[in-house]
Design a protein around this ligand. Sequence first.
Ligand SMILES: *Cc1c(COP(=O)(O)O)cnc(C)c1O
Length: 410
Amino acid sequence: MSDSALARDKADSLADLKELFQLPAGVVYLDGNSLGALPRAVTAAVKDVVEHQWGDDLITSWNAHDWIRLPNLVGEKLAPLIGAAPGQVLCSDSISVNLFKLLATAIELNTGRRIILAVDEDFPTDAYIAQGLSQMLGEDRCELRRVAAQDVQAALSDDVAVLMLTEVNYRSGERHDMQALTDAAHAAGALVLWDLAHSAGVLPIELDRRGVDLAVGCGYKYFNGGPGAPAFLYVNKRHHARARQPLSGWLGHQDPFAFASDYEAAGGVQHYQAGTPGIISMAALNAALDVFQRVSIEQLREKSLALTDFFIEGIETRGLLASLECITPREHHRRGSQVSLRYEHAWGLSQALIEAQVIVDFRATDIVRFGFSPLYNSFSDAQKALDVLEEILVKGLHLDDRFATRPTVT
Ligand SMILES: *Cc1c(COP(=O)(O)O)cnc(C)c1O
């Protein structure tokens, strides 16, 4: 290990946070942007929910352990991390389902406008959900329009009901200017819906201050809630009086336990809850979020930028940019917390890295992503990734025959 990585780790005031996570020895885990690592406290919390709350206290736990309010409690715990005042965030469902609810809300709120404006390169589920809603409502009420990222502002015509954007792009790691785009959407009479999947938990977000209308985010990426952890949604309170959503399930009813024959929506964000939440996975996310009480989001952002700077500079100084293209922006304000490299043999390269215990991921067709989580990644991790990357490229290990075909899940 080079002196510089070790010195950086020694000087890192957040280095001890790594101890809060269970990580296998010898593994450099750079995939926290896809599935966050396991916070040690989650193991005990899930054990308690299963063995004690469910096992011993059975159905009384809905009251005794406040299971019924868990979606709200977890939402409120998340709220300060995304710059939301109380009463606007609910933990529920997946991002995909929450997008459906919020896009329907936006189309209904912005009467007379029918376009959902999005960018070509965003994570596909966002567009798929918009297409599904359009098919259901008919194109005269709702249609998806996609443009290149640099053309968004110009495309804000007077038929756009809502601009839907992911703050940090999942492939390139490029970050949009949330304030400028929110302001542009509002100036054009459109609402704005931000997908925070690759930014929440790793950089400061100011939903209230920036005047954002709607947002969704992920529980299993930088929040470390575990595989399939519930997602969250945000609805700015200025819309609460009029906001409605179509998944009108019983737990979004004003009085679920009256078992009334007709639906009456609960107020605030409560009616965005449709059915019974998955308590075990929500309890895991709830425990995972405690880690964030030890550190500020600004400190995490500072370390995240230092890690990605260190990694990008390492690629540069080793001359690896002769074969690899770094598609992640160098400017801090335009960067998320990953470094994405474009390369002709990206699949083989990602697999060779994983075989050498540097866990990264591949995104079709030619991108390898190195995701840095400032909670548990060190400068030594970045150094090891650079060493392994260089060795693979020099020896051509990624060109081996066994990497010639790709499996279904990549
Ligand atoms: C990870 C991710 C999702 C995940 O959606 P789910 O429905 O929760 O599986 C959605 N959007 C973006 C931008 C993502 O990165």
